[in-house]
Design a binder for this molecule. Structure first.
Ligand SMILES: [Zn+2]
Length: 320
């Protein structure tokens, strides 16, 4: 689906433990290796130095953001069904519901708000998050943990040695392609909540582990394939344009969510516009955290309109 690229948002941000130990478990059991703890932080080779380092896998970050976005969607529309926001662990999950010989447009049209952003087994994701590597040397500590029997409250197993990060800064890049403004708004809400410590990541959420701060570093809004700043009544150098504003074949079959307005003005402050006329790419770029936050927050109204709006039309739920 969406073989063409219309709009693209790239957000670089840093995550740091917020007075809370952080542990993304590696799949490795300590087994017979006495040098390993019972639960170790996941490690890989740093792409710049080649040295082994702890890191935050992009898949973990994406999974955490997805679950939190689902939680927000279910909270704002408690009566919403699986077409509004599906439960990936239920048989009504979009990936299951939309199996079979459907066109890409039909699959998208019947997918819920979470799957439209994060994808499902039959629908590519519009959002990608890179692995987050440390900018400095993270502080690693050992903690003891136990497994508690849920019924009796007694210690069922343990203690385990846990390897946690207590200080450090990890840099991640989030890329959203062919997006609607409501999707940016929903992510803005989730990232804000994450930065306020309300969306823990990794192991031990019930113990208070995994609370992080979020620090925006760079934002780029780009329109690939544009040889001019202006087209279709939009100025790509100064506007954040919703996917629904672009014309493409069969667009109506995708049942995009109405956007009003179709675009938002981008702040002038600190703005760098790159109009690469030769290669066809218009991009605007900011590095000031407050301005980046303002751009993201401006889209929350579109998410609100989506949440309180008429999509999906009732009666469409069980067409299949
Ligand atoms: Zn879904």
């Amino acid at each position: 689906m969406f073989k063409r690229l219309f709009n693209e948002l790239t957000l670089v941000f840093e995550l740091s433990p917020q007075e809370s130990p952080l542990l993304i478990k590696s799949g490795r059991e300590s087994g017979a290796d006495p040098t390993l703890l019972d639960m170790n932080f996941v490690r890989t080779a740093h792409p710049d130095t080649g040295e082994m380092t702890v890191f935050l896998p992009g898949s973990s970050l994406k999974g955490t953001l997805r679950s939190y976005c689902e939680k927000i969607a279910r909270t704002v529309r408690p009566e919403g069904d699986q077409v509004w926001c599906c439960d990936p662990f239920s048989p009504g999950f979009c990936g299951k519901r939309l199996e079979g010989n459907l066109s890409a447009a039909a699959r998208y049209a019947s997918s819920c708000v979470a799957c439209r952003t994060f994808g499902h087994t039959g629908l590519g994701s519009h959002l990608a998050i890179s692995d987050a590597y440390p900018n400095d040397t993270p502080r690693l500590e050992q903690r003891d943990g136990v497994a508690v029997d849920r019924i009796t409250g007694a210690v069922a197993a343990g203690p385990f040695n846990l390897e946690v990060v207590t200080q450090g800064t990890f840099q991640a890049t989030l890329r959203l392609r062919n997006f609607q403004l409501w999707q940016v708004g929903l992510l803005a809400v989730a990232l804000r909540e994450m930065g306020q410590g309300r969306v823990p990541i990794g192991f031990g959420k019930s113990k208070g582990f995994g609370r992080v701060s979020v620090n925006y570093k760079e934002l780029e809004i780009a329109y690939p394939g544009r040889f001019a700043l202006q087209a279709n009544g939009h100025n790509f150098g100064v506007e954040l344009v919703d996917l629904v504003a672009f014309d493409f074949p069969g667009r109506d079959e995708y049942h995009l969510i109405p956007a009003d307005p179709l675009s938002l003005p981008l702040p002038e402050e600190g703005r760098e516009v790159v109009d690469d006329g030769a290669f066809g790419r218009v991009a605007t770029h900011w590095t000031d955290a407050a301005t980046i936050e303002a751009v993201l927050n401006a889209t929350v109204g579109h998410w609100r309109a989506c949440a309180l709006g008429e999509w999906p039309p009732s009666g469409e739920a069980n067409d299949e």
